[in-house]
Design a protein around this ligand. Structure first.
Ligand code: KG4
Ligand code: ZN
Length: 339
């Protein structure tokens, strides 16, 4: 099956062609430089940028792959969750193509798309497995028994893990997005320099809480300044490494506990935080006990290849949402739909 994927849920415009488990082409235009000066994504600007860039990226995809639209088995577009204006651009564009070329059209849940990024690297991956989905907007643990049965068994009660990276980065005066910045500075720091608490680590549930950690880092910065450190002399590397370690310890503790309690050996990672280099190191140390699956770096952050791959799954089951498809920005509504 050859499917065109379209992703515009947040600040990456992306189009891709995927044939079964193989990516023919995946083009991503990141708006990060545009939003950087605001310290975060500005929804209205994001939507306008998608509107400008999506037709250009689509033409480039056609030029590079020489695909004829007759060869396509369908179109998959991110339906939600995400920013409503941004989603609307992708969904409208996809509807236009589906109408013009009489193609099947399926809406894809962005979060399920992140999970399916793994199938691009590991076509042999089969449930049961536990998923740790860690992005800028969501931190979730799923128990996947089969492709029809994906149960959420844990989630963040406040900030998402990626959001914690972003906010702590801002406190440390580092750039946006915070994950790659903290990842970079932490490599030169001592992860045990500041013993930040590991929120909820010993709670019996699989839920997370990261907003307290951000406050703990803020108080530590205040304390250091009181004892004579200045903005210039703050031990940024150690603070970054210690905060990162606290986040990763909780994530790994909870996801391995979920795997053990559900008698599952395979743990699948998804979302932008899965790109973290220290996470990849720590997983190595645990790999005697579990089979870990991590998407390749290029498919950790938002991309249309993962959306096309998840769309293939829906198309294979005979779905066709047609022109009735509407963006669904809300996370809960999207998870109820199970698309
Ligand atoms: O999945 P994603 O690209 O977009 C969403 O759907 O949210 O995730 C973006 C998040 C941001 O919070 C970013 O700081 C984080 O992923 N991130 C990282 C790293 N690269 C991106 N977090 C930790 N370490 C990284 N290397
Ligand atoms: Zn995402």
């Amino acid at each position: 099956m050859i499917v065109l994927g379209i992703e515009t849920s947040c600040d990456e415009t992306s189009v891709a062609l995927v044939e079964d488990n193989s990516v023919i082409e995946n083009l991503v235009y990141s708006q990060i430089p545009t939003h950087r000066k605001f310290g975060g994504v500005v929804p209205e600007i994001a939507a306008r940028e998608h509107l400008k860039k999506l037709p250009i990226l689509f033409s480039e995809l056609v030029d590079r792959t020489n695909i004829r639209m007759e060869e396509l088995d369908g179109i998959a577009v991110t339906k939600g969750p995400g920013l409503i204006g941004a989603l609307l651009v992708g969904v409208s564009f996809a509807k236009g193509l589906a109408l013009r070329y009489r193609k099947k059209l399926v809406g894809v849940n962005h979060i399920i798309g992140h999970v399916y990024a793994n199938y691009l690297a590991y076509p042999e991956l089969k449930p049961p497995y536990i998923v740790l989905m860690v992005s800028g907007g969501h931190t979730l643990i799923f128990n996947v028994l089969n492709s029809e049965d994906m149960k959420i068994i844990g989630r963040s009660v406040d900030d998402a893990a990626g959001e914690a990276f972003d906010k702590i980065s801002r406190l440390l005066g580092l750039g946006y997005p915070g994950g790659p910045e903290i990842d970079y500075y932490a490599r030169k720091g001592n992860p045990n320099a500041f013993p930040f608490t590991r929120p909820k680590i010993y709670d019996p549930d699989f839920d997370f809480s990261f907003s307290g950690l951000k406050t703990a880092v803020l108080y530590e910065i205040h304390r250091l300044k009181k004892v004579g450190y200045t903005e210039e002399t703050l031990p940024i590397n150690d603070l970054a490494a210690s905060a990162q370690e606290a986040i990763l310890d909780v994530l790994l503790h909870k996801v391995t506990k979920a795997a053990k309690e559900n008698n599952v050996k395979s743990i699948v990672f998804a979302g932008g935080v899965a790109a973290n280099s220290r996470l990849r190191q720590k997983i190595d140390e645990l790999s005697k006990h579990f089979n870990f699956y991590l998407p390749p770096l290029e498919y950790c952050s938002d991309n249309a290849a993962m959306i096309a791959r998840a769309g293939i799954e829906r198309l294979r089951k005979g779905n066709d949402d047609g022109l009735s498809i509407e963006p669904s920005p809300n996370f809960f509504e999207m998870m109820m739909e199970r698309t």
